[in-house]
Design a binder for this molecule. Structure first.
Ligand code: HSE
Length: 434
């Protein structure tokens, strides 16, 4: 029998994900060789700290602090970047591609901010870059878009893509807890990014949304171009009022196309209890994808954590290893197909959605009339309205209005008018409704 071809792997970064990848590659070497017909050999793991115990037994000679040596090692075909961030991670990824190595990364920030440069470098060097774990952790959603749904026009993707936020929102709703105390627990459980602002202010989700847009539409906006709302200022009262109306609030990424315009954004969004996305709880992620042929499909799983993220990284390594072992051409399959000039980002004001509006309304005659007439004047139709009876006069009372589909600019104009009329004690709350 012909000897099985060996493909060498070098991992940059021996942190949570790097250790998970090493563990999986060592544990499942035989089963992967049987499935893929190629022997994937972990040759090196690079980290500044190679003494701390990561809970796995690494063969002698694998651990090293010499990144440059790994990036130029002729026995290493695939470089796995699990360092994170956009500093040395970017330098090393570009150097690996330049040296003719294929790269696997889970680094969403790197791809969202420097994807074009990295993808172009991969294509120029005829090597591959796979980034399956950059969105959805253990859910192979990137592969679904690249392969399973390749025959579809993607009409929309709605995603719960940040485990930290979903964990916080689930506990705020179930236990009536305030945001701050739940955030601390999420950090203790290890879901949150090193800088929790990336999670709770929506940027981690936005990075992932921009990567999904590149795959779905060949159009990757900068994170600074898209609308990003996080959950930091979400009031527990709105979680409760939303529930009274039959909705659950989730931090939702939207990537959708309408004609030649693409909408990409991140918003806390009310989702009806009956919708599958409303039932994605705790640190779980999901992507709900509508293709013109497939119709709706949904992908659900763990969006973070050592083993789930490593599972997707290893899937990518396997795919590249098989390509390298069986294919003469090293054409960059993982690179998105950019469609320059064919689509553009939809202007924020033109986005259409149903809305949840909450006003703290002065308890006096005519106040409700101001709200209703301002919304009506700007063409916004109210589908439901609720005001709780106030026990004492003269205190602002919460009034919640659910609207029909409206343009964001019309909603904003109406809210400005309501604020100017002096009938609200504080700024109105505006949340999108799926
Ligand atoms: N901080 C991220 C999350 C990790 O909470 O989902 C995975 O990208």
């Amino acid at each position: 029998m012909q000897k099985m071809k060996q493909i060498g792997v070098g991992i940059l970064g021996f942190g949570t994900v790097g250790a998970g990848v090493a563990d999986g590659l060592l544990k499942h070497r035989d089963v992967m060789a049987k499935r893929l017909g190629v022997d994937i050999v972990l040759r090196k793991i690079v980290d500044l700290d190679i003494t701390t115990d990561r809970g796995i037994q690494v063969p002698d000679g694998v651990l090293t602090t010499d990144a440059k040596g790994v990036l130029s090692d002729p026995e290493i075909d695939i470089v796995v970047e699990t360092i994170g961030g956009t500093g040395v991670a970017k330098t090393f990824v570009l150097e690996a591609l330049g040296n003719g190595k294929c790269v696997v990364t889970a680094n969403k920030k790197l791809l969202a901010e420097h994807g074009r440069e990295i993808f172009e470098t991969a294509a120029k060097n005829d090597v591959d870059i796979y980034f399956g774990a950059s969105v959805g952790g253990g859910i192979p959603i990137i592969r679904v878009l690249r392969e399973g749904l390749a025959g579809n026009e993607i009409e929309s993707i709605h995603g719960i893509l940040n485990g930290t936020c979903n964990y916080i929102l689930t506990r705020m709703e179930n236990e009536g807890l305030p945001f701050e105390s739940v955030l601390k627990d999420a950090q203790k459980l290890g879901y949150a990014e090193a800088n929790p602002s990336l999670d709770i202010d929506g940027f981690d989700t936005a990075h992932k949304a921009c990567i999904l847009a590149a795959l779905a539409y060949g159009f990757q906006p900068g994170v600074d171009q898209v609308q990003v709302e996080g959950i930091r200022n979400l009031d527990g009262a709105d979680v409760k009022y939303a529930a009274d109306f039959g909705y659950r609030i989730k931090l939702l990424a939207v990537v959708a196309k309408d004609g030649s315009e693409v909408e990409v954004g991140v918003h806390p969004t009310l989702i009806p209890f009956s919708h599958m996305l409303a039932n994605v709880n705790d640190a779980f992620n999901a992507a709900y994808v509508k293709g013109d042929m497939s119709d709706y499909t949904m992908y659900y799983g763990r969006g973070a954590g050592r083993a789930p993220t490593a599972s997707t990284v290893i899937g990518d390594i396997g795919d590249i290893a098989r390509n390298l072992a069986y294919d003469e051409t090293r054409y960059a399959r993982g690179v998105p197909n950019y469609a320059e000039g064919k689509v553009r980002l939809r202007a924020a004001g033109d986005i259409r959605s149903k809305y949840y509006l909450r006003f703290m309304l002065a308890d006096r005659p005519g106040a409700m009339g101001v709200v209703a007439s301002a919304l009506g004047k700007h063409g916004v139709s109210i589908s439901a309205l609720s005001q709780k009876e106030s026990s004492e006069g003269n205190l602002p009372v919460p009034v919640v209005a659910m609207t029909r589909v409206a343009r964001a600019a019309d909603i904003d104009a109406a809210l400005e008018e309501i604020k100017a009329a002096g009938v609200t004690g504080e700024d109105p709350v505006k949340l999108r409704v799926l």
